[in-house]
Design a protein around this ligand. Structure first.
Ligand code: M6R
Length: 357
């Protein structure tokens, strides 16, 4: 039930810090160490490459998951849109691990791939929010998101839950492979939850930003580099599905190879600046669009901020930034949809779960 909330989406965004705390509890043992089931551990320790298969927001979480698995565990990882994978299968390694990411566990495009993969005799792990869902039952193993029911069509808490669980999985693969772990994951996730609380306590700022930048706008750009560019894709998807504003997510450096032609006077460009290794590059990209008339709405992270930034996020571990950078984008999309009188929880043409191929 949505209780006093105007919309499920707002409630579900608000639940995100609690979901992260819930995930920490479910995946740690009494010593505070990550504990996965024997079955999951066995599956991941055998894999020479991970193939992530998903759709929509879950695909965007997969892009972040690839970075986590490669950088933490050192295992090559590919990310595929499910509807493409079945018909254009890449070359597979000898011991592939298939990782299906799906909030509902019922998405037909992903189910079709799982059927093919099983025919080939490969193993699969499903990350889902719904215990007993089809993708969970048909895979060898399941990791649950523990996010509670997600009702709004626009996925929010499932995305952050997926990333947190992917980080836990990456840590476990790293451990299975005898890798040195870069930081205390559970401690950093707890810090993420606190940071999420502080962002959610400042919603009115994002309402103002949505009014200022998006209320009257036909289109919008989301820029970033590295992890920020993946979160930008998610921001663009969120905005287009609930506010019907045409939105493009782009890696900052790619803009001048074409899309910059679309920038005109007043085009809103929402940029994330949270990656220490590229923050100067993305600042250059912001200058390029502003010189062509764009209005910049920049969301940065402490230590990389500039005085004209619209919002400065508290610092979190660079590999975990998507868990916090996505919140402003979710909130801005929500308030933009409200300002434009759109049906936030039930956008046109969309269903919560896409059960046809
Ligand atoms: O249930 P799933 O995670 O498999 O759903 C995948 C997509 O259909 C879903 O994420 C969709 O893109 C959302 N409406 C995005 O907000």
């Amino acid at each position: 039930e949505k209780g006093t909330y105007a919309h499920y989406m707002l409630k579900e965004m608000d639940e995100q810090p609690a979901v992260i705390r819930n995930i920490i509890q479910h995946y740690q043992n009494e010593n505070g160490d990550i504990e996965l089931t024997e079955g999951v551990r066995e599956l991941v320790s055998e894999a020479d490459r991970v193939y992530i298969v998903a759709c929509g927001t879950s695909y965007h979480a997969g892009l972040v998951g690839k970075q986590l698995i490669e950088r933490v565990a050192g295992v090559p990882t590919e990310v595929h849109v499910a509807s493409e994978f079945g018909y254009n299968m890449p070359l597979l390694t000898e011991k592939p691990l298939f990782l299906f990411i799906s909030q509902s566990g019922e998405t037909a495009d992903s189910r079709a791939v799982l059927v093919e993969v099983k025919k080939l005799g490969h193993k699969a792990l499903t990350l889902t929010n719904v215990a007993g869902s089809t993708l969970s039952r048909e895979a060898n193993e399941t990791m649950l998101l523990h996010a509670g029911p997600e009702i709004a069509v626009a996925s929010t808490k499932a995305y952050t839950a997926q990333i947190a669980v992917l980080a836990i999985l990456a840590y476990d693969i790293a451990r299975a492979n005898g890798k040195k772990l870069p930081f205390d994951l559970m401690q950093e996730l707890a810090l993420v939850a606190t940071t999420m609380d502080s962002i959610m306590a400042q919603k009115e700022i994002f309402e103002e930003l949505a009014d200022k930048f998006l209320k009257e706008s036909r289109n919008a750009f989301f820029l970033g580099r590295g992890l920020d560019s993946y979160v930008g894709l998610e921001g663009a998807l969120k905005l287009k599905e609930i506010s019907y504003i045409q939105a493009e997510g782009y890696p900052g450096g790619e803009l001048k190879h074409g899309p910059i032609a679309l920038i005109e006077d007043g085009t809103p460009v929402i940029t994330l600046v949270s990656q220490p290794n590229t923050h100067l590059n993305i600042r250059g990209n912001i200058k390029e669009v502003v010189a062509r008339g764009a209005v910049a709405c920049t969301i940065s992270m402490e230590g990389m901020e500039h005085e004209n930034d619209a919002f400065v996020l508290p610092r979190v571990e660079p590999l975990l930034t998507p868990l916090v950078t996505v919140l402003p984008l979710q909130l801005i999309s929500y308030y933009a949809a409200l300002a434009r009188d759109c049906d936030v929880d039930k956008p046109r043409n969309l269903a919560k779960s896409v059960t046809v191929e």
